[in-house]
Design a protein around this ligand. Structure first.
Ligand code: NDP
Ligand code: HSE
Length: 439
């Protein structure tokens, strides 16, 4: 059996998981790719720290250049995270003719255009299946499985930590901070968990998915991003009363004016499959003009699940080792000189329905005043709930679902509503998506 030597940059959750999966499934993997895959070197900041994998056969170093510069290593697996030194190390690996596998969505989303070009220039591969939706082979599904289609839209729960938090809040009434700590202990969260909570991690992934789906260069700055930190248990409960679940979604859609890319909490009808994707599970719906709606489901974070995607990329690279670069699948699925840069639809022009919650004085005529303003702004209501105050003198809650409107017109109406004397504080607003075949 031929041997391929692999060097790891980073030996934390995903690095350790990768070593474990390669060891556990060594026979299956070599039967698939024709190589015995050996991890021979790994870098970490603290080489004396406890690891989740065996390290007796691996040379550990705190100098990542030692891994890159080892001439026996053909494949570098970058699992340290962050922009630097990861980017410089990867570029150096390319120069030395090494293929690279990464799970680093932050790096791909922000520097992917440069990195893919550098990989192509050096006739090597930069593989990144693990960067999106953990163990779900979503890159392969969109890039290869759906290559016959013009993809119209995709929508996904693409952050495991965020979905875990929302699920525990709904099912157990757990406090946000407590669930976040659990997600960190389970190895789901990013090194900086605000990336999970504030939607930045999901925005990184959505940016990559949109480029794969629509054949456009990566454009992270164009993703509109809101996290889940503003989602309250009260809104989770009221959404349920209306027959909806609140999920943190990444949505990319082609419309006649360009491409929408947005990440935000979203109400989804509870009967839609993706509304029932709970815990650390992720799911991505992709709608193609030949296949219709498809959905891909699986664990979105964690050591073994993510390692499954990392190792699949290693297997792919092994299969390519003896073939010419021109026969390889393009990094984003479209020929690099055929990528097109579309107009980006600003969030103000995006059309969705809205869930609104208004804290108001408990007196007659308030609902009538609010509905009059909505009507003047040509916004209609699809549902209304009115909740009496919990104690005398406290605010009543009015919960409304609007029809589909532009963000711009909704905000104009809300401006007027919020300036009513009877309205206390800004409205809570959450976008609503039906995620039907033709949305
Ligand atoms: P960890 O923090 O668990 O592991 C990071 C590893 O990199 C550690 O071993 C750390 O060393 C090492 N490291 C960090 N900086 C350096 C440096 N400058 N030089 C040498 N080694 C360094 O992170 P994860 O394994 O969770 O994540 C790794 C990557 O995978 C990230 O890009 C993340 O976004 C991505 N990812 C993570 C998923 C998950 O479920 N955790 C899922 C999908 C992708 P030391 O151990 O000594 O601190
Ligand atoms: N922190 C990320 C998440 C890891 O929770 O989804 C997987 O990309």
């Amino acid at each position: 059996m031929k041997v391929v030597k692999v060097g790891l940059l980073g030996l934390g959750t995903v690095g350790g998981g990768t070593v474990n999966v390669l060891e556990r499934n060594i026979e299956e993997i070599s039967r698939r790719c024709g190589y015995q895959v050996q991890v021979v070197k790994a870098s970490a900041r603290n080489i004396n720290a406890a690891r989740i994998c065996r390290t007796d056969a691996i040379q550990l170093t705190d100098d990542s250049n030692e891994v890159i510069n080892d001439p026996s290593i053909q494949i570098i697996v970058e699992l340290m995270g962050g922009h630097e030194p990861a980017k410089s190390l990867i570029l150096e690996a390319f120069k030395q003719g090494k293929h690279v596998v990464t799970a680093n969505k932050a790096l791909i989303a922000v520097h992917g255009n440069e990195l893919f070009a550098a990989a192509a220039k050096n006739n090597v591969t930069l593989a990144y299946e693990a960067a999106i939706a953990g163990g779900i082979p979503i890159v392969k599904a969109i890039r290869e499985g759906l290559s016959a289609n013009k993809i119209e839209w995709l929508a996904g729960i693409i952050n495991g930590t965020g979905n875990f938090i929302l699920t525990e809040m709904r099912n157990k009434g757990s406090a946000f901070e407590d669930v976040l700590k659990q997600a960190q202990a389970l190895g789901y969260a990013e090194a900086d968990p605000t990336f999970d909570v504030e939607g930045i991690d999901a925005a990184h992934k959505l940016c990559i998915l949109a480029s794969l789906a629509f054949g456009m260069p990566l454009n992270f700055n164009a993703v509109y991003t809101e996290g889940i930190s503003g989602v309250t248990p009260l809104d989770v409960t009221y959404a349920e009363e209306l027959g909806y679940r609140i999920k943190h979604l990444g949505i990319a859609r082609q419309n006649p004016n360009g491409v929408e890319m947005r990440v935000h909490p979203t109400l989804i009808p509870e009967k839609v499959l993706i509304a029932n994707v709970d815990g650390v599970m992720n799911a991505v719906m992709a709608n193609g003009n030949a296949v219709g709606s498809t959905m891909y489901y699986g664990p979105g974070a964690g050591a073994d699940a993510t390692a499954s995607a990392v190792v699949a990329d290693i297997v792919d690279i092994c299969r390519q080792l003896d073939s010419s670069a021109s026969s390889h699948v393009p990094a984003l699925g479209f020929l690099s000189d055929k990528l097109e840069t579309p107009a980006i639809v600003p969030i103000m022009d995006v059309r969705t329905a809205f869930y609104l919650r208004l804290s108001v004085q408990d007196k007659p005529g308030v609902l009538a005043a609010i509905t009059a303003i909505l009507a003047t702004n040509e916004i209609s209501m699809e549902a209304v709930l009115q909740k009496e105050p919990k104690q005398q003198g406290a605010d009543a809650q009015i919960i409304l679902m609007t029809n589909t409107v532009t963000e711009k017109s909704l905000l104009l109406a809300l401006n007027e509503i919020e300036s009513l004397d009877s309205c206390n504080g800004p409205a809570i607003r959450i976008r609503v998506e039906s995620l039907q075949e033709d949305t």
